[in-house]
Ligand binder design. Structure first.
Ligand code: SF4
Length: 385
């Protein structure tokens, strides 16, 4: 079957089954809500669910675990308490507040979105899905989350958790990595939500599904025995929970090998800014060389740049996984004399500036830690010699 012709009927086998499954989701929603009211997670953005709080938390939670997000969320709100402050925040301050969370385009889009909200919506997030979707960085999932949680709109927030739980509840065969299947799931959930009693708050339904997916209906070994909706779950009834969801294999990541240069001269560390577009756009990084080089090979390449360090030390290897790319890295610490000339695009920064002002991606954390230890005179376990 081609992607073009795939419909909700293809995902759920037949119109009759679709109808039954909408009924099944509707019946299940009450039991799920009872469980959520008693067992739902107490999260900071749930105690104060203004549209801005929901928006910020949902953007931070993309690709990031709840436990990792919480301290960032508090720190960010302290510095940037509302949409007006976000719209005029300094880019470097935002990147620093986001440092370590990864996927930095999220915070750049958040600011652009805030500027749009100030210009087009009088400083208030709009209370309808169409306008929410028009805001920079707000896709279908985030619009569903903000709309349902902050404004009570009957709209599913279809993320990986919701897809997994729904595909198991319905024992649906469609490959959830295909946009057409995702759309079909969205439509089934959307229709089911329109049948929910008015006492069932749409935002609670979405958050209950998120909590179920994160704590009970987990990707592997779902806890069906303690699941509040097991009696409505087709995959569980058939003892096939682990067969769902259906997913096609991911493409292998492209591997990039690098030698990270931690170059220190006269109490300054050399950083350079990444391009304004693409991976880790605009962040600051250590200069690097292509390939995983030995200390001797690194010395030769530095020499060809007229840089002659007085000491070179090998650093540990590390790797970092991005969505489509894998960095395999080694590092070399190079101590250079005071007054040594470096390329113009390299920026000398002090330790205090590194800590307070320069956002460095977490992919480089091993080398950053080595630099900090060296510059603060500590003993490092990161050096290989
Ligand atoms: Fe998931 Fe099992 Fe609950 Fe079904 S019964 S929703 S498979 S945890």
């Amino acid at each position: 079957m081609s992607d073009k012709t795939l419909t909700a009927a293809d995902v759920l086998l037949s119109p009759l089954e679709q109808e039954e499954m909408i009924g099944q989701l509707t019946a299940m929603a009450g039991a799920l809500d009872d469980w959520y009211q008693k067992e739902g997670r107490q999260l900071p953005w749930r105690t104060e669910s203004t549209p801005y709080h929901v928006w910020l938390s949902e953007i931070m939670l993309q690709q990031t675990r709840v436990e990792a997000v919480i301290p960032y969320y508090h720190r960010f709100l302290e510095a940037i308490p509302d949409i007006a402050a976000l719209a005029k925040a300094d880019d470097m301050q935002l990147a620093k507040l986001w440092e370590g969370l990864g996927y930095y385009s999220r915070v750049r889009n958040l600011k652009k979105g805030a500027q749009q909200v100030m210009e087009q919506f009088g400083g208030q997030l709009p209370d309808n899905i169409r306008d929410l979707r028009a805001i920079c960085g707000i896709g279908e999932y985030t619009a569903g989350a903000i709309g349902s949680i902050a404004f009570g709109i009957r709209e599913p927030a279809v993320d990986g958790n919701l897809l997994r739980v729904t595909s198991r509840l319905l024992a649906a065969e469609g490959d959830i990595t295909r946009p057409q299947v995702k759309k079909a799931f969205h439509d089934i959930l959307y229709t089911a939500m329109s049948f929910f009693p008015s006492s069932l708050y749409p935002g609670d339904f979405n958050q209950a599904m998120m909590d179920l997916g994160s704590g009970v209906c987990t990707p592997s070994q779902p806890a069906c025995h303690s699941c509040p909706v097991r009696e409505y779950c087709l995959a569980c009834t058939r003892d096939q929970a682990e067969l769902f969801p259906v997913k096609s294999a991911k493409k292998a990541r492209r591997v990039e090998e690098k030698t990270i240069l931690v170059i220190i001269s006269d109490d300054h560390l050399m950083l350079r800014q990444r391009e304004e577009k693409g991976l880790l756009a605009g962040l600051w990084e250590f200069p690097s060389l292509d390939g995983k080089l030995t200390v001797e090979q690194t010395a030769q390449q530095l020499d060809s740049m007229r840089i002659q360090p007085v000491r070179l030390v090998a650093l540990s290897e590390s790797r970092h996984l991005f969505t489509h790319i894998e960095w395999q890295m080694t590092g070399v610490l190079a101590i250079c004399k005071k007054g040594c000339k470096f390329p113009d695009e390299w920026q000398p920064v002090t330790l205090a500036q590194l800590e307070e002002s320069y956002p460095v991606p977490s992919a480089l954390r091993v080398y950053r830690k080595a630099a900090v230890e060296w510059m603060s005179g500590g003993i490092s376990g990161f050096f290989c010699e």
